[in-house]
Design a protein around this ligand. Sequence first.
Ligand SMILES: O=c1cc[nH]c(=O)[nH]1
Length: 212
Amino acid sequence: MPHSAYFKQSCRLCPRLANFLDDVKLKHPDYHALPVAPFGDPDARLLIVGLAPGMHGANASGRPFTGDYAGLLLYKALYDFGFSNQLESTSLADGLQLSNCRITNAVKCLPPQNKPTGDEIKQCNPYLAAEIKTLPKHSVILALGNIAHQAVLRAYGLKVTTAKFGHHTLYDLPDSNKLVSSYHCSRYNVQTKRLSMEMLAAVFADIRDLLA
Ligand SMILES: O=c1cc[nH]c(=O)[nH]1
């Protein structure tokens, strides 16, 4: 079943987020301002999990990590490692296609101040769990940041203490899949040099080997 069957653009399960999106749509009628669907290859063996749409990025464009700083390093790495046909992701109409890779978020709606609450992360988790279930055997899940890392563990019904978050870590998941985690490619992390292009490329080099 395609992953889109596991995503509801009409979802309003989190009242705070749904109301916030209504307000954002009034201020920015040209923005997507709805839950942002997973994007990419439905048969992918690499699932990338981010945090949540950014206000002027995914929330505006309707595609994860698209239209703001957070996507720059990520899409470059995807291009460099052969998962994307384009270096940059700018809009739904840019012709970018991912192969063997799909990108989603732990929380599908833009949260105020970029901070979803614990309850919102929990509420959204069944969508992620359903997406993970569509992965072929021996897939790799790349979690960008601690919230995504914990959301993946939760989706598997694992305690967050099962696997500590760290940059460039690798854990075996209870099925045949692997969890690779990385610092999030946010503007803050890049500008403070917590994450560099070289560091992200090293993570992708391992992912390429895991998928071989
Ligand atoms: O985690 C993030 C950050 C920006 N854009 C996304 O789609 N996800």
